[in-house]
Design a protein around this ligand. Structure first.
Ligand code: ZN
Length: 351
């Protein structure tokens, strides 16, 4: 089968022919139909994660995976109802199933987690074996190229917005700031409107084209923060929504400069959720955080439940997509475009 594999950190993945992987009795072999491309693919290749998890090559990249059931392992329960040819999405974060995080459904933060696309098996390949419990069935009328990014770009901000909602940071008299209007940000804007109970959504970026898409996705206001002081931006915010600060922040970029701006705009009792990792560290003053009782929280990818929610929203046509399709042979040129920030929307490979 065709597979894109990283053989050496810092070098482009090799597009090659390898044997179809074996699958375990509790696994299902999925014939991949589409796989989205993520900034974290670029970070994996460039070695960003090595100090945290030095995954040995070869690594089959790609973790936004959808396809059809090809073969079913012998002990996959019949009552699970999987059938050959059925359309599925792959839930990320394959936990050990035994720890307390797994027991409450947060398999993606399991200490013994495996992630597709960060090891021997991944989505930029024609087949991937997946534990049956990490597959979610989807309606066959949904498009593969729209489903693929929903497993990360369209999932990660969903969990983040849910955390903001459950933390009481959203509501009719609240303002949510979405930082970064890239692949994740445009979904974050939509979830801000869907789950925000009337909160106003303001999207921040430096790229006018991406901000334009944020507007199409329902942002109440967009602010281009390029070369502006935080004071200027606070005034612009005030003109747009009648307050100079943000009650909730969904940071889809995690870019150090933008994070300084975001923290400077965070309101009393504000709740800041970060899913982005463009940078690696933050340096922020403590007094305003303590004095204003602010919360800063990391949010990571999403659980099976989160993904089921997202798929249900997609099935109700409640999610708008902005997809740039490409072919398997074009993986490396698209990785380069993503590295330089030149992809608008989500790049998705379709077989
Ligand atoms: Zn676990």
């Amino acid at each position: 089968m065709k597979a894109a594999r990283l053989h050496e950190y810092g070098k482009a993945p090799v597009l090659e022919d390898i044997p179809v992987p074996d699958f375990q009795p509790d696994e299902i072999l999925v014939n991949v139909k589409a796989c989205g491309m993520c900034r974290s693919d670029v970070q994996l290749i460039d070695g960003y994660f090595r100090k945290y998890a030095d995954i040995p090559p070869p690594i089959t990249i790609g973790h936004e995976i959808t396809g059809v059931v090809s073969k079913i392992g012998s002990i996959v329960p019949k009552v699970s109802g999987f059938k050959e040819g059925e359309h599925v999405v792959v839930a990320p974060g394959w936990g050990d199933g035994t720890c307390r995080h797994c027991q409450v459904g947060n398999t993606h933060i399991c200490p013994n987690v495996r992630w597709p696309g960060f090891g021997p098996v991944g989505g930029f390949a024609e087949f991937i074996p997946v534990p049956a419990r990490y597959l979610i069935k989807v309606d066959s009328r949904l498009k593969f190229e729209e489903l693929a990014p929903l497993t990360d770009a369209g999932l990660t901000p969903y969990r983040g917005i849910k955390i903001l909602r459950d933390g009481g940071a959203l509501g009719p008299d609240r303002v949510l700031g979405v930082f970064g209007a890239g692949g994740l940000g445009e979904y974050a804007v939509q979830y801000g409107k869907l789950l925000g109970s009337g909160a106003k959504v303001v999207c921040f970026d430096r790229n006018p084209q991406k901000l334009n898409i944020a507007t199409q996705c329902g942002a109440d206001h967009v602010i281009n923060d390029k070369d502006k002081s935080s004071g200027d931006i606070a005034n612009e915010l005030n003109q747009a929504v009648g307050q100079k600060d943000l009650d909730a922040i969904m940071d889809c970029a995690g870019a150090p400069e933008m994070m300084q701006l975001a923290f400077s705009l965070l309101a009393i009792s504000g709740h800041y959720v970060d899913v982005g990792m463009v940078g690696d560290r933050i340096d922020i003053p403590l007094w305003p955080r303590v004095r204003r009782e602010q919360t800063f929280q990391g949010s990571y990818w999403g659980s099976n439940t989160d993904l089921s929610d997202v798929i249900a929203l997609a099935a109700e046509n409640k999610i708008r997509h902005n997809i740039k399709l490409f072919k398997f042979a074009e993986i490396n040129e698209n990785l380069d475009l993503l590295r330089s920030g030149d992809i608008v929307g989500r790049a998705v490979m379709k077989f």
